[in-house]
Design a binder for this molecule. Structure first.
Ligand SMILES: NC(=O)C1=CN([C@@H]2O[C@H](COP(=O)(O)OP(=O)(O)OC[C@H]3O[C@@H](n4cnc5c(N)ncnc54)[C@H](OP(=O)(O)O)[C@@H]3O)[C@@H](O)[C@H]2O)C=CC1
Ligand SMILES: O=C(CO)[C@H](O)[C@H](O)COP(=O)(O)O
Ligand SMILES: [Zn+2]
Length: 341
């Protein structure tokens, strides 16, 4: 069959390309239904990556957050019409003591390997996870970002000490919101405190215990552990503040992506005996955990719904561009494409 793949050829410009695919490839064929725009996709679309990176990775189909419907499974493991979430990480080997998303040989869709903006996506059987009814909707398309937060929290469990009375989250955007929702549910006794730049954004965090604007944090305010969900140029200031406010022996979970190296006050990291660790992307185990977790805690889905602020119908290639532009001017939340093309 001929599959249409919608690729970013250079910043701001999408084009359709035609790829011959073998129906007998052994892969499950998934028709994308709802696709959500990530900051990483915006960095390619806006040309915010280094010229050398753009030259190496483009043309490439964007989007690594999405759900779809099974249209063909050569093994018959999935029913036709089954709603699934697609896993963008694609490991090609197993390495002891390494999660699949940290293996250097793993591929990642929409980062050097075609993403989900295609008529049909050919997926390995272990790269899709079935969804339950309540999750078969636009909100489900942001699941990948939820799995990133879940993955970060599972590493936090392993790397942080046992006193978890106060947990601080820096970043009043999507990832900060999701991380705070999950932490509140997983650590109901902990005080969840959000640190952000904009009061109107923090107001969406209705479930947290406390919040501060970053220019207004009391000097003596202390937290046991922190999550950095800022990224970009703001992450340096955020990490600096975290180091100031975290108690000795605390942990700092770094999740924000920055294009440029970030200066860190290592003297205070040493003096306080802090544990800094990074988390990136997620793997199959995180997707399975997250779907199970949401099935068990359906009220969390309701909080995630508040994050989907724009759903753009995509019927033609120009609509993709429209969705990316709309996403940029959106003051809050995620932009989802209803994939009709
Ligand atoms: N580790 C991983 O695998 C993943 C990482 N990410 C990365 O996480 C980061 C956040 O993503 P996302 O939440 O979608 O982005 P958002 O832009 O929605 O959120 C970032 C928020 O942080 C705010 N901010 C800026 N500076 C500070 C500061 N010093 N202290 C506190 N808050 C601050 C921003 O405000 P304002 O906009 O006003 O500047 C914004 O509201 C990005 O770098 C993204 O690429 C995303 C997905 C996966
Ligand atoms: O969004 C992400 C995962 O959900 C990561 O930020 C993304 O994988 C980083 O990729 P790139 O190196 O292409 O910016
Ligand atoms: Zn992403």
């Amino acid at each position: 069959m001929i599959n249409q793949v919608y690729r970013l050829v250079y910043p701001g410009q999408f084009e359709v390309t035609y790829k011959v695919r073998d129906l007998n490839s052994g892969k499950v064929i998934v028709r994308p239904k709802y696709l959500s725009v990530c900051n990483a996709d915006q960095r390619y679309y806006q040309g915010k990556r280094d010229a050398a990176v753009l030259e190496k990775k483009l043309p490439m189909s964007l989007i690594h957050e999405g759900i779809g419907e099974v249209v063909f499974d050569p093994k018959g493991e999935f029913e036709v019409g089954q709603a699934v979430v697609m896993i963008p990480n694609l490991p090609v080997e197993e390495v002891e003591h390494m999660d699949e998303n940290y293996i250097r040989s793993s591929r990642f869709r929409s980062s050097g390997y075609d993403g989900f903006m295609q008529d049909y996506v050919f997926m390995r059987h272990d790269r899709i996870v079935p969804l339950f009814d309540e999750l078969n909707n636009p909100t489900a398309s942001i699941l990948e970002l939820v799995t990133v937060a879940m993955h970060g929290i599972s590493r936090f469990k392993l790397k942080s000490h046992g006193r978890k009375e106060t947990i601080g989250i820096w970043g009043d955007g999507n990832l900060g919101y999701i991380t705070s929702v999950l932490l509140k549910k997983l650590y109901p006794k902990a005080k969840i405190v959000v640190f952000g730049k904009t009061k109107q954004k923090i107001d969406y965090f209705t479930f947290i215990d406390e919040a501060y604007l970053i220019h207004n944090i009391p000097n003596d305010f202390e937290i046991d552990h922190a999550f950095e969900c800022v990224g970009g140029p703001g992450s340096e200031m955020a990490i600096d503040q975290i180091i100031d406010h975290v108690k000795p022996m605390g942990s700092i979970s770094l999740l924000g992506v920055s294009e440029d190296p970030v200066g860190i006050n290592t003297r205070m990291v040493l003096e306080k005996g802090l544990t800094l660790f990074g988390s990136s992307r997620s793997g199959r185990a995180d997707f399975v955990n997250t779907v199970n977790f949401l099935e068990e805690h359906k009220d969390v889905i309701h909080y995630l719904e508040h994050l989907v602020t724009k759903v753009v119908e995509v019927n033609k290639i120009e609509d993709i561009r429209f969705a990316f532009e709309e996403d940029q001017i959106s003051p809050w939340g995620k932009t989802v494409m209803k994939w009709n093309i």
